[in-house]
Write a protein that binds this ligand. Structure first.
Ligand SMILES: NC(=O)NCCC[C@H](N)C(=O)O
Length: 406
């Protein structure tokens, strides 16, 4: 069992948290999928097969795969975790006092696995336990309305927490459909025995920061996308916290377009080697960064400067290589939408990628990157790729292997 520690995007991956999708995906309908941040209605059995294959690819590379549902169920063995779980699952403002009381006492009596299932998969009004008396709330809600909202985006374990060094930052998620995910990761890291000594970064700050926006470019150098999800205040707050804990010497705040296709920095750029990224060509020359550094207890902010220059300078390298995908704008846009730039490195120069992005993958291979292809036809309907679907908790240090000079 490796100790949680992550200093880079590409250090050999030891352990990762994934979430095998389950009943929460079966809650998606054409009426609620937009609100629940899915672009289509996934075929759940196939999504599970695709996810199992993803996990197998990682295991095949020696990666320990921890499944979020197991971690949550195990954490709930602690009575304090159960109390917190029931508290987070029951929204009294929505349910009213009577239904909330009934649900609380019901959930207090179910098994840990059932409680985890309700927290993840949600509960409809018709699934609520029977109760004495009359409730206007019950009568006025339709049977399929959610009494406990499902969390289909838990699939994207990247976003609700991020390990920086030996500390974990619980993200404050921006979208209402995802906010409760943080409470679940918080429970796991607070009460699961494996994480009992995990120190926190970012504390209880509430300005939105999502893990998909946080890229550990090199030890001590962190890029934070600022756009649809992470706010300037969130980036600044996380930077201050990392400086205070000596986790970083430079933070690059990177403005990204506030659009669905580029909701996180990792939708347009991920690292594929210690000095190389795959990047959506349309942003390659326009991406900029503000550099934040600690100075006399305050923040020193400079820039904006071109992102690639600012990153190379902070990383102490001549240049940050961009794998030249050479794609025509239409293919590039199609493959960016399908998470072609959202790769997960299992080691320097070896990444997991969706197979459907054939052109991007071919260019990566031309550049000497090993591409481990997975199918994502159903998984991708939530708009996330291999990096979004994984939360590394342990990567081996990069060591002093020299940076490629090509
Ligand atoms: N890091 C990522 O880009 N995560 C993908 C999140 C997709 C999810 N449906 C969302 O809209 O938040």
């Amino acid at each position: 069992m490796t100790r949680p520690h992550v200093q880079s995007e590409v250090g050999p991956l030891n352990s990762v948290v994934l979430h095998r999708p389950g009943s929460e995906l079966k809650r998606l309908t054409p009426r609620n999928n937009d609100q629940l941040l899915f672009d289509a209605i996934p075929w759940v059995d196939r999504a599970q097969e695709e996810h199992d294959a993803f996990a197998e690819v990682l295991r095949g590379r020696g990666v320990e795969v921890l499944l979020l549902r197991d971690l949550l169920t195990e954490a709930l063995a602690d009575a304090r975790a159960r109390a917190a779980a029931v508290h987070t699952g029951v929204d009294e403002l929505k349910l009213g006092a009577d239904v909330a009381d009934t649900l609380r006492s019901h959930l207090s009596g179910v098994t840990d696995a059932t409680l985890a299932e309700v927290l993840i998969g949600g509960m409809t009004f018709e699934e609520l336990p029977e109760a004495e008396g009359r409730s206007l709330v019950r009568r006025m809600h339709r049977p399929h309305d959610f009494a406990v909202e499902p969390l289909p985006n838990l699939l994207f374990t990247r976003d609700s927490s991020v390990w920086i060094g030996d500390r974990v930052a619980i993200a404050a998620l921006a979208m209402p459909a995802r906010r409760r995910e943080s409470a679940i990761t918080d429970l796991i890291y607070a009460y699961h025995p494996r994480f009992s000594h995990a120190a926190r970064a970012y504390g209880a700050h509430s300005a939105p920061v999502e893990g998909g926006d946080v890229l550990l470019l090199a030890p001590g150098v962190v890029a934070i996308g600022v756009g649809e999800r992470t706010t300037p205040a969130g980036a600044e707050s996380l930077a201050r916290s990392m400086f205070a804990d000596d986790l970083a010497h430079t933070v690059l705040a990177v403005p990204i377009e506030q659009a669905r296709a580029s909701m996180h920095l990792d939708t347009v750029c991920t690292m594929v080697d210690r000095d190389a990224v795959v990047m959506y060509p349309a942003v390659q020359h326009s991406l900029t960064a503000y550099a934040l550094r600690p100075k006399d207890g305050e923040l020193d902010v400079s820039g904006p400067a071109p992102f690639l220059d600012a990153a190379a300078e902070a990383m102490g390298i001549d240049r940050l290589r961009v794998i030249d995908t050479g794609l025509d704008p239409v293919t590039a846009e199609r493959e960016q939408w399908e998470d072609g730039n959202n790769t997960l490195a299992v080691a320097p120069g070896a990444v997991v990628a969706y197979e459907r992005n054939a052109e991007t993958n071919a260019r990566l291979e031309d550049a000497g990157i090993e591409v481990l292809r997975i199918s994502g036809s159903e998984l991708g309907s939530g708009r996330g790729g291999p990096r979004c679907m994984s939360c590394p908790i342990s990567r081996a240090p990069l060591g002093d292997t020299r940076i490629a000079s090509t």
